[in-house]
Design a protein around this ligand. Structure first.
Ligand SMILES: Nc1ncnc2c1ncn2[C@@H]1O[C@H](COP(=O)(O)OP(=O)(O)OP(=O)(O)O)[C@@H](O)[C@H]1O
Ligand SMILES: [Mg+2]
Length: 381
């Protein structure tokens, strides 16, 4: 039997654990073309949740379009992708799609013919300073018009939405609001992991997206539900496991779905010979992952400066304190705050750390923190 505990990519259907409540709320919101801002720390499962939502909505004949802001360095590219995905969601016939795109003023079709003669359609925004924003407006407005004409509900999902500020700050928020608020046939899920960025966007009076939609904070998967999911697969695979064993895995993984999947994946591999999971094997799992990932962590480690390394060690040992607090600086003999701040910013940019709403910093990958504490201390670093 194939290992059912998948990680690293989008996990769907039978391999996707729980999130029933969240799916129910999102489905119901989208049923009335609502707007939801989805927020969680990294690796909690937003992207997976969104794809599972799309699967359900597709089954109900909704048109769905998914755009990941990470993949779009500028507004022109974002506008092109959004328009292409939404048009494609509502128009599956290639000829009609090309005709439709040809009608745009600020966006033009880009047609590629593959070696096998297959045609793929793309969209380019026309060049020019203010054009990309106008192209975005045109694309959004067109999405609503087309959904109305086709008498279908269109759901636009924008992932990594907290990256929006990389374009041109508030202007793009204004552009989005002006369109989104008048749409009656389009529902929106805007999802992001930079919690402080997302919350200030939605909760600060005066910001264009203030109260434009409902805020949904994605927490960990409830333990009972996750236990049922894990136990179900272990039973299907014919594994013996100790009572309390699954609970221990959830604790080792800090309730972060990505880490739990990883732990379960490796447990399945290691136990697949005699199909017996012992408490000792469970305790071995984080060490085994860290051993496998060591070259990757080593590489990340080499990219860090001395201050960044000291800071990473301190955060790994003391996750509860804000690195900019006096207590933290005294305890770990780190200063000045300006240099700590610069190091933090750089580590966040590299994706090694992320900042929560309370201003504390966490490892995007908890297992890296485990690696630092164990492997580096062994080497007396
Ligand atoms: N409900 C779930 N069932 C099973 N695995 C899950 C679930 N949610 C998340 N995962 C696991 O966690 C991993 C990370 O999930 P995902 O990429 O959806 O998180 P994310 O919140 O979008 O993270 P990021 O903020 O980094 O984009 C997935 O590859 C998958 O292994
Ligand atoms: Mg994601």
């Amino acid at each position: 039997m194939e290992n059912p505990f998948r990680y690293g990519g989008v996990v769907r259907r039978a391999y996707f654990a729980d999130r029933e409540e969240e799916l129910r709320i999102l489905e119901s919101e989208m049923g009335s073309c609502g707007r939801v801002f989805l927020v969680s720390p990294r690796r909690f499962g937003k992207t997976c949740l969104l794809f599972n939502l799309m699967d359900r909505l597709d089954d109900r004949e909704f048109a769905t379009a998914y755009i990941d802001l990470n993949a779009h360095p500028d507004v022109a590219s974002f506008a092109g992708a959004l328009t292409l995905q939404t048009s494609r969601a509502l128009e599956s016939n290639t000829e009609r799609l090309i005709k439709l795109i040809s009608g745009f003023q600020r966006l033009r079709p880009k047609i590629d013919v593959g070696p096998d003669g297959s045609i793929s359609v793309g969209i380019e925004a026309s060049a020019g300073e203010s054009e990309p924003l106008k192209a975005l407006l045109e694309g959004l407005s067109h999405a609503e018009d087309l959904a109305t004409r086709k008498k279908r509900k269109l759901i636009i999902i924008i992932d990594e939405f907290s990256d929006l500020s990389k374009y041109n700050g508030v202007t793009i928020e204004k552009v989005l609001r002006s369109e989104i608020q008048r749409h009656e046939h389009v529902g929106y899920v805007l999802s992001g992991s930079e919690q402080s960025v997302m919350l200030s966007m939605v909760q600060e009076r005066g910001r264009p997206l203030f109260k434009l939609g409902r805020l949904m904070e994605l927490g960990p998967i409830p333990r009972n539900q996750y236990k049922t999911f894990i136990a179900g697969w272990l039973q299907k695979g014919g594994f013996q496991y100790p009572s309390g064993g699954i609970e221990r895995i959830l604790t080792l993984g800090n309730d972060v779905p990505h880490d739990i999947q990883r732990l379960c994946h490796i447990m399945w591999e290691l136990a697949s010979v005699d199909q017996e999971i012992t408490p000792a094997l469970i305790e071995l799992l984080p060490k085994e992952i860290v051993r496998q990932d060591s070259p990757f962590y080593e590489m990340l480690w080499q990219t860090a400066t001395q201050t960044q390394k000291a800071l990473l060690i301190a955060v790994a040992k003391d996750p509860g304190l804000s690195p900019l607090s006096k207590e933290f600086m005294l305890k770990h003999r780190m200063s000045p705050p300006s240099s700590i701040r610069a190091s933090l910013q750089s580590l966040v940019k590299k994706g090694i750390l992320y900042r929560d709403i309370e201003g504390r910093y966490h490892f995007s990958d908890q297992l890296m923190s485990f690696w630092i504490v164990h492997s580096l201390q062994e080497r007396n670093m």
